[in-house]
Design a protein around this ligand. Structure first.
Ligand SMILES: Cc1cc2nc3c(=O)[nH]c(=O)nc-3n(C[C@H](O)[C@H](O)[C@H](O)COP(=O)(O)OP(=O)(O)OC[C@H]3O[C@@H](n4cnc5c(N)ncnc54)[C@H](O)[C@@H]3O)c2cc1C
Length: 389
């Protein structure tokens, strides 16, 4: 029997949307080339933040925070969510000005965020922060979660609702009859389908280029380092205004540090059937150095592993959540630009309504693909990643 919808990709976007659609009784089939959370959703820092979001994403982040608070209970699976805030630290006078302005602006948009200019106030929230830090913004309702656990939480809840996950199977082509989707062709079979969501991260353009459409993505790489478990030292996520370093302590004591992003040639290496992106040793070194600068207590810890993570950047650093123009039944969710983990509950909600043709609680016009049409031939400014964490 044909599914009501095929979802390509079992990252957090695909799994959250499978859950939402299966709650409404739809028959969902998710096709994943590797394993769930094999790419960005496993490589991520796992920050769940509203602070520092671009304005069109802020309502999605606020909506998501309400969901995150109850997600473990709703999905009956511990997502590792911790709501202990986000401290964005100023390391020099230029960053002091930027953080003060950011806090003022976001407060005027209704976010619960304060500007702290006294190191004692900052260290009262996070004692391990360096005494050289000059100021910070603090958003107490931000937090972080365990990325792999969250993806599995959504996946298992969707499965309990009847969704089917095909792991280790790759979608190769979308077939159409006239201007309508008719089938999804995988490495193993042909699935008759009239609806398909492309939640396949940086893989989206491989599946839509035959329709003469592209999501304007440039690919970047971030470096992530994980230490061995340490005593409890840090509750909030620590970041800096240019995103050059973000770090958090996981619930089991491991620290996870993420660098800023660099241009990347897009080469994913497959090893033992799984995808890897390798960072340069220089970047591992500079990420550690930036981590030590804001949190000197990291110096004594052992490094457990490090990895690279690919970032699918759009020119305005906002995602595309849209129908594919001209091809009925195909939907796109990509280009999260390094901050699609925390907003996944809102993205799942929007995609549910987009696919069913109903009205979501959240505006999503800013995420239409057509916003790039005018600019597609422009060289334009370089895309920039905004903050992670
Ligand atoms: C280092 C790093 C740090 C980050 N930090 C944060 C953060 O702190 N907070 C935050 O909110 N966000 C953060 N992000 C961004 C966030 O992790 C991503 O935006 C989010 O995980 C994207 O999820 P996704 O499901 O859309 O894509 P992905 O997780 O990439 O999932 C896509 C899936 O599709 C599969 N796939 C691809 N092509 C095919 C195909 N043809 N057939 C079948 N399957 C296919 C892939 O294997 C993959 O599993 C970070 C990202 C990175 C890399």
């Amino acid at each position: 029997m044909s599914p009501d919808i095929v979802i390509v990709g079992a990252g957090i976007t695909g799994c959250a949307t499978a859950y939402e659609l299966s709650q409404a009784g739809l028959k969902v089939e998710v096709i994943e080339k590797y394993v769930p959370a094999a790419m960005a959703s496993g490589w991520t820092l796992g920050g769940v933040r509203q602070s520092g979001r671009l304005q069109p994403e802020l309502p999605l982040a606020k909506y998501s925070i309400e969901q995150w608070s109850q997600l473990s209970r709703t999905l009956d699976y511990d997502t590792g969510y911790v709501q202990e805030g986000n401290l964005r630290l100023a390391r020099n006078e230029k960053e002091v000005k930027a953080i003060e302005a950011l806090a003022r602006k976001q407060k005027s948009h209704g976010l619960d965020i304060v500007y702290l200019s006294d190191i004692k106030e900052i260290q009262a929230i996070a004692p391990c922060v360096s005494s050289d830090i000059l100021a910070a913004s603090f958003c107490p309702t931000d937090g972080h979660a365990d990325p792999v656990a969250t993806v599995n939480a959504y996946k298992e809840a969707a499965q309990r609702n009847g969704s089917v996950f095909r792991i280790g199977e790759s979608v190769e082509t979308l077939s159409t009859e006239g201007n309508k989707l008719s089938a999804v062709i995988t490495s193993r079979r042909t699935i008759r389908a009239s609806r398909c969501l492309l939640a396949c991260g940086m893989g989206v353009n491989q599946l839509i280029h035959r329709f003469g459409i592209q999501v304007p993505l440039s690919l970047a790489i971030a470096t992530v380092i994980q230490t061995t478990p340490a005593a409890a030292l840090l509750k909030p996520v620590l970041g800096v205004v240019d995103g050059a370093i973000t770090l958090r302590q996981e619930r089991d004591g491991k620290f996870r540090l993420s660098s800023g992003v660099q241009k990347w040639n897009g080469a994913v290496i497959e090893k033992d059937g799984q995808p890897y992106v390798f960072p340069s040793s220089e970047k591992v070194y500079s990420t550690l150095k930036a981590g030590f600068e804001i949190c000197p207590s990291l110096k004594g810890l052992q490094m457990r592993r490090f990895w690279g993570g690919s970032i699918d950047l759009t020119p305005d650093a906002l995602p595309v959540l849209d129908k594919l123009p001209g091809i009925e039944g195909v939907y796109v969710a990509s280009g999260f630009s390094g901050h699609g983990f925390g907003i996944a509950p809102a993205v799942g909600h929007i995609l549910y309504h987009l696919i069913l043709g109903t009205i979501p609680k959240l505006a999503f016009q800013s995420f239409a693909l057509e916003r790039f049409e005018k600019n597609q031939t422009d060289t334009g400014p370089e895309p920039v990643a905004t903050l992670q964490g």
